[in-house]
Design a protein around this ligand. Sequence first.
Ligand SMILES: Nc1ncnc2c1ncn2[C@@H]1O[C@H](COP(=O)(O)OP(=O)(O)O)[C@@H](O)[C@H]1O
Ligand SMILES: [Mg+2]
Length: 364
Amino acid sequence: MALYLGVMSGTSLDGIDIALTDLLGQPQLLAHYFSPLPEALRSELLALCQSGPDELARQAVAGNAWAECVATGIKQLLAEQNLTAADICAIGSHGQTVRHEPARGFSVQIGAPALLAELTGISVVADFRSRDIAAGGQGAPLVPAFHQQLFADDIEVRALVNIGGFSNLTLLTPGAAVQGFDCGPGNALMDAWIRLHRGQDYDADGTWAASGHVNHTLLTQLLEDPFFAQRGPKSTGREYFHPAWLQAQLKRFGEKLEAVDIQATLCALTAHCISQALLAQQPQCQRLLVCGGGAHNRQLMALLQQALPALHVDTTQALGADPDWLEAMAFAWLAKCCVDGTPGNRPAVTGARGLRVLGAIYPA
Ligand SMILES: Nc1ncnc2c1ncn2[C@@H]1O[C@H](COP(=O)(O)OP(=O)(O)O)[C@@H](O)[C@H]1O
Ligand SMILES: [Mg+2]
């Protein structure tokens, strides 16, 4: 066995996913652990996504707190599995993105990798995005190479979409290089809207969205945002699709809508930005596999199937891969790539000048 831990804490800020992965042959998920983020840390991480006072010290303190949460989760997971630090080759720790601005030459993930190595006694690979950006790429998405490894088929034209805070597509065409790009908002705007109006973290199963009516005029207006028409490589995040973007759109729309109908329309926006990008860039696609938390949103899954009537729309579970843990597994795999000296980026995806080994190693 070659045991690696993948640690992912996405833009949804729902918590930290830890995936114990065997990478000896085809990647296999052996066990997993989820640590919800303590509310105070969650709101500080969210605050750090925008300019504010004393950011340098605050991001360092928050990064340490994040690493402590991860270390506690890892110790718990190892104890449950009767494993020790010595059994693990390395941790691939994505960190928490607080800024993603490839056009300005940076993407910032915090997570104190040195402290994580110190607390766990395991080597840590971190800072996966900066080398790709240094080579002229978007630094994102990084999961397509891993999706290719797991899901590429000799015959079927497949696509994967990971629906976290934002959504990213991977296109797997037999005989062609893997493609991929960010499509736009995933759950982030829906989460923010239900938090504002109902005080809930997310719209469980998409029930609230399903009880409203999609306003097609507003949907068309939202889809006119120039980001959606751009072809990849492209990436996005909280810097662009934030609640103020939505408020500005609603102001422009003018007409007053019920909150529930706006939720329904945001759910449709997520479905349509995925389906439009997929049809534009790979019209031959036969099957769409969904992973990430959005796979649990039944209304979103139904809207995706409606928008793509010629395709089979499933979660990755249909091919035996738990949709909740794939992204964390991808960072276990990217850590191994780094340790082995194998490139983790794909220039056709990120737009980098070439293949690069991604990440920095903090030895145990
Ligand atoms: N049962 C569910 N119904 C609807 N949405 C869900 C459900 N479970 C999770 N989600 C959505 O998935 C998000 C978390 O997805 P995740 O893949 O962890 O994203 P990230 O990588 O950004 O952390 C939540 O914020 C929520 O919007
Ligand atoms: Mg998450």
